[in-house]
Design a protein around this ligand. Structure first.
Ligand code: SF4
Ligand code: SF4
Length: 299
């Protein structure tokens, strides 16, 4: 089908079959996430470590963690039963780049069996620059980086600490390092022609106005899409690490910001913040049909 007129044709060519990027495709192509990457190297104030990473996934759900070997079995089973499967993503439940060995092994195993499946991953960006060359070699064609600030002062309200080069960093130092690594990772991906989407979590009173500046910077550095996700604060899932009482944006606040940032494309408003083990067409989640106890021992 015709792409949105304001997307460069070479980008449309890459995203038109991707359920997460094309409004059209999400009715016809399915995606699945495998939760192979539980470890994380930063602390976001909005994260409750018991649940999936909020970078790409709806916080407050617990996904079934898999080894790369289990993930391969699961992907093959799903591919046999869900013929529309076109995309395999790793979105945590921690950080796919920090837990790199498991991410790499999972993708390597699956691509041997299903060479044409599109691979994508999401990351907070801290460990990303260390793996960009391998990401390119493995034909991972989409990367999502969660970037919530381009001003480390604002970062101090979002990130209490990071773990980097065998050391824990806090305060402004932590946010400066995270910011520099996110920018470097984005530039390296852009230089290699890998499609990069930026997710930002909108936190009212903390980074909501600032996301206009984030949008300007990431677009200038080559991100093809900037997706604003609402902070989901749900008391039923316990308090977040450091944002007790923090509210999420109201629907109209979210829409107003998305409208201000709109690049005119019909892309991405339908992102559902899927679970780290989501399976199926967007808007459906068949993950519970494919838990490990239901899969055959050998495929
Ligand atoms: Fe939690 Fe943030 Fe790590 Fe995701 S990146 S698992 S939200 S601390
Ligand atoms: Fe796609 Fe968003 Fe779901 Fe990821 S979380 S699979 S980008 S819709």
């Amino acid at each position: 089908s015709d792409g949105p007129s304001d997307l460069p044709p070479e980008i449309w060519e890459k995203v038109k079959d991707h359920p997460c990027y094309s409004e059209e495709a999400h009715h016809y192509f399915a995606r699945m996430h495998v939760a192979v990457a539980p470890a994380c190297n930063i602390q976001c104030n909005y994260c409750n470590r018991k649940y999936d990473c909020a970078n790409e996934s709806r916080p407050g759900v617990v996904s079934e963690k898999l080894t790369p070997v289990q993930a391969r079995r699961k992907v093959i089973t799903v591919a046999n039963e869900v013929p529309q499967l076109s995309v395999l993503g790793i979105a945590g439940p921690g950080d796919a780049c920090y837990d790199w060995k498991k991410t790499r092994e999972t993708f390597a195993q699956v691509s041997q069996d299903i060479p044409d499946i599109k691979l994508c991953l999401s990351t907070n960006g801290l460990a990303l620059p260390d793996h960009v060359d391998e990401i390119a070699e493995m034909n991972i064609d989409h990367v999502t980086i969660t970037i919530n600030m381009v001003d480390p002062e604002i970062g101090t309200k979002i990130y209490p600490w990071i773990f980097y080069r065998n050391k824990r960093w806090t305060g402004l130092d932590a946010s400066k390092i995270l910011h520099e690594r996110q920018m470097l990772g984005l530039e390296m991906l852009t230089a290699r022609g890998i499609l990069t989407k930026i997710n930002s979590v909108m936190i009212p009173g903390i980074n909501d106005e600032h996301l206009i500046e984030v949008n300007r910077v990431v677009k200038a550095k080559g991100a093809f899409l900037h997706n604003i996700m609402p902070l989901i604060s749900d008391p039923a899932h316990g308090t977040h690490f450091g944002l007790t009482g923090q509210r999420g944006p109201k629907a109209q606040e979210l829409k107003a910001l998305q409208d201000r940032l709109s690049d005119g494309t019909k892309l991405m408003r339908h992102c559902r913040q899927c679970r780290a083990d989501a399976v199926g067409l967007l808007g459906e989640d068949r993950g519970q049909e494919f838990t490990m106890d239901q899969l055959a021992d050998e495929v």
